[in-house]
Ligand binder design. Structure first.
Ligand code: ZN
Length: 275
């Protein structure tokens, strides 16, 4: 009798466990992965493949500018409408007009093999685009057109490409939630220049998708902006013409007070307490 009820309980528990696993694994596998071609190397996103005719107007800096601003040598808006290319094979994980501070944004997810032999993933982000030429879920190849260089929402910037490389696949448009450091980001040019040519493997690999914050409503008001930064080094080429009034608009839009009221209040409190 004891044995019989024990078996019955075991069967019931086993059945419940099986159901749970089925539901759980189904949920995990249904949406969590897709496949994409392993990158065979990385290129500069403008003036492909080496960035010919373009220069970095504003570079990457932790806690400051989390990407690079690429400009045409002609300065001003001479590069508006120029093609922007995928830096490597990958799959599009974001493509929309995010408006505030960003405008049209495309994010491509790439899989590549690190020098230690491991498969690694990064997201490349292309911001302020005039037009987007790809949609979410689309497979793209190295050098494929993603869109064109634009001036951001309401033409608030002189035309340029804002370009980021993230090693943390959760960031998406919520830069405010993750460290603004090398833990989260790669220095774009350094990353690319050390991985121009990777071993040709021509194979598909599994990449995680749907990794961005689900509580990510469109057009969040925090941190979805460029933080202006004073560059200390003179560029040898022509700098874009940015009228003063446009700069003040950017300053206003990117002020911590206007983008993250709670955070900046906390910061002020901290400053006052210190004194
Ligand atoms: Zn930028």
């Amino acid at each position: 009798m004891v044995t019989a009820s024990y078996i019955r309980i075991s069967v019931v528990v086993g059945f419940l466990a099986a159901c749970f696993c089925a539901v759980f694994s189904d949920r995990v596998q249904a949406q969590a992965f897709t496949t994409t071609r392993l990158a065979d190397g990385f290129d500069i996103p403008v003036g492909k493949p080496d960035g010919a005719g373009y220069y970095v107007y504003r570079g990457f800096s932790p806690y400051g500018h989390l990407g690079e601003d690429w400009n045409g040598n002609g300065g001003g808006n001479t590069d508006e409408g120029d093609p922007v290319y995928s830096i490597a094979h990958g799959v599009v994980v974001f493509s929309e007009d995010y408006r505030r501070g960003w405008g049209n944004v495309v994010i491509v997810r790439h899989a590549y093999r690190e020098t230690n032999g491991q498969i690694a993933f990064i997201d490349s982000l292309y911001g302020h685009l005039k037009v987007r030429s790809v949609r979410v879920g689309q497979q793209v190849t190295r050098g494929q057109l993603l869109g064109t260089i634009g001036c951001g929402p309401y033409r608030m910037y002189a035309a340029h490409l804002h370009f980021e490389i993230r090693k943390d696949l959760r960031v998406g448009m919520r830069r405010d939630l993750y460290p603004k450091t090398y833990t989260t980001y790669h220095h774009p040019r350094n990353f690319i220049s050390t991985r121009r040519r990777l071993r040709l493997e021509d194979r598909l690999v599994r990449v995680p998708i749907n990794t961005f914050q689900k509580s990510n409503p469109n057009r969040v008001l925090t941190s979805a902006v460029d933080v202006p930064e004073v560059s200390t080094q003179q560029a040898s080429t022509v700098r874009p013409v940015v009228p003063d009034e446009i700069e003040s608009v950017i300053q206003e839009e990117t002020k911590p007070e206007s983008t993250a009221p709670e955070k900046s209040r906390g910061l002020l409190d901290m400053l006052f307490k210190k004194k």
